[in-house]
Design a protein around this ligand. Structure first.
Ligand code: XMP
Length: 305
C-alpha cells in the first residue's frame, strides 16, 4: 500500500519535472483517478493546468453540477456535448459499438478542445488495473488507450499509473477531496449508455438517471455496496389504471466485490427492495416492472452491457 504522505510530494515534484513550461490538460471525469490527478497536477503547475470536463449527457443525476462546485478553484472548462453523444449513439444497439461510439466522440470533442487550448501535455488518470484489463482485451474500456495515439502532445503524464484503486482512494482522502469522490463507486466510462440495453435515447437516459438516483439513495449510505445502480433492460407488459401498457423494465443491481473481477448480489432486506420498487414505479410512469438481479459474476458481468 502506497503511503500517501510520501507519495504526494514526490508525485507533485515528478509532474513539475515532466511538465516543463507550456500548458497541460486533463480530462476530468469526476472519477477518483482523474480527480486525484487533477489535484496533484494543479498543486504542481497551478494555472498551467486546464482540466476539461465533457458533459456527455450520460452522467448521473447532479454529477455535472457537483464537479463544477468541487473543482471551482481550477481553470475548469466544461463542455456541453450532450447532443453530440446522443447523435453518435443513435441507432446503435450493440454494446461494444456503443462503447466505441462514446469513446470516439469523447476523443473528437477532447481533441478539438486540446487544439484550441494549445496544450503541450496530457495528464491521464490511468491506473494499473486499467492497463492489465485493456491489454487482456476483456472489454474496450473507453478511458484507456484512446487519447494519446490520436493527439500530438509533447508527452503524456500518468501520475498514478502504478497504483491500485484503493491506493488512489487513499490519496484522494489525503488530498481532502470530498467523500463522494474518494469513496465514489465505479462508474463506467461510457456512463449511463451501457445501463440501457439496446438503443440509447434521451427519454431512456432520463428514466435510468432518475431510477439510478433512487437506488443510490436507498442503498449507498446504508449498505455500502461495492457497486449499485439501475439499468433499463427491455420492455414488459404492465397495467396502469385499467389499461395494459408496454412499459420499461428496470433492473436493480447491488453487488459486493473486492476488485470487480468477481462479484455477488447483495442480500438486501425485502422492505428496502419493496421501497425501491414503489419509489421507481411512482415516479416513472413509463416503467412497468422493477426486478432485482441475483446473478453473481461470473456468469453475469456487473453491468448489463
Ligand atoms: P463488468 O460489467 O465487466 O464491469 O463486470 C466490471 C467493472 O468495470 C466497470 N466498467 C467499466 N469502466 N469503462 C469503464 O471505465 C467501461 O467501458 C466499463 N465497463 C464496465 C463496471 O462498472 C464495473 O465496476
Amino acid at each position: 500500500m502506497v503511503k500517501a504522505d510520501k507519495f504526494i510530494p514526490k508525485a507533485i515534484e515528478k509532474i513539475q519535472q515532466q511538465v516543463t513550461g507550456g500548458r497541460a490538460i486533463i480530462a476530468l471525469s469526476g472519477g477518483v483517478d482523474s480527480s486525484v490527478c487533477a489535484v496533484l497536477a494543479h498543486r504542481a503547475i497551478g494555472d498551467r493546468l486546464t482540466p476539461i470536463y465533457i458533459d456527455t449527457g450520460l452522467m448521473r443525476k447532479g454529477e455535472t453540477e457537483r464537479i463544477k462546485e468541487i473543482f471551482c478553484d481550477m481553470n475548469l472548462v466544461v463542455i456541453d456535448a450532450k447532443d453530440r453523444f446522443l447523435g453518435a449513439l443513435k441507432g446503435i444497439t450493440d454494446p461494444e459499438e456503443k462503447r466505441k461510439a462514446v469513446g470516439e466522440t469523447f476523443i473528437r470533442v477532447f481533441e478539438k478542445e486540446a487544439k484550441e487550448l494549445k496544450a503541450d501535455y496530457l495528464i491521464q488518470g490511468t491506473i494499473y488495473p486499467d492497463r492489465i484489463e485493456s491489454e487482456g482485451g476483456i472489454k474496450s474500456h473507453h478511458n484507456v488507450g484512446g487519447l494519446p495515439s490520436v493527439m500530438d502532445f509533447k508527452s503524456i503524464v500518468e501520475p498514478v499509473e502504478d497504483l491500485y484503486k484503493d491506493e488512489v482512494r487513499e490519496l484522494a482522502r489525503a488530498l481532502e477531496l470530498p467523500h463522494e469522490i474518494s469513496e465514489r463507486m465505479p462508474f463506467p466510462g461510457p456512463g449511463l449508455s451501457v445501463r440501457i440495453v439496446g438503443e440509447v435515447t434521451e427519454e431512456l437516459v432520463s428514466i435510468v438517471r432518475e431510477a439510478n438516483a433512487i437506488v443510490e439513495d436507498e442503498l449507498v449510505e446504508k449498505f455500502h455496496p461495492w457497486q449499485t445502480f439501475a439499468a433499463i433492460i427491455g420492455k414488459g407488459t404492465g397495467v396502469k389504471g385499467d389499461v395494459r401498457v408496454h412499459g420499461w423494465i428496470v433492473a436493480v443491481r447491488a453487488v459486493g466485490s473486492r476488485d470487480g473481477m468477481t462479484a455477488e448480489a447483495m442480500e438486501l432486506p425485502w422492505e428496502v427492495l419493496n421501497r425501491i420498487e414503489s419509489r421507481i414505479s411512482a415516479s416513472l410512469p413509463t416503467v412497468s416492472r422493477v426486478v432485482y438481479d441475483l446473478t453473481p459474476k461470473p456468469p453475469a458481468t456487473i453491468e448489463f452491457e
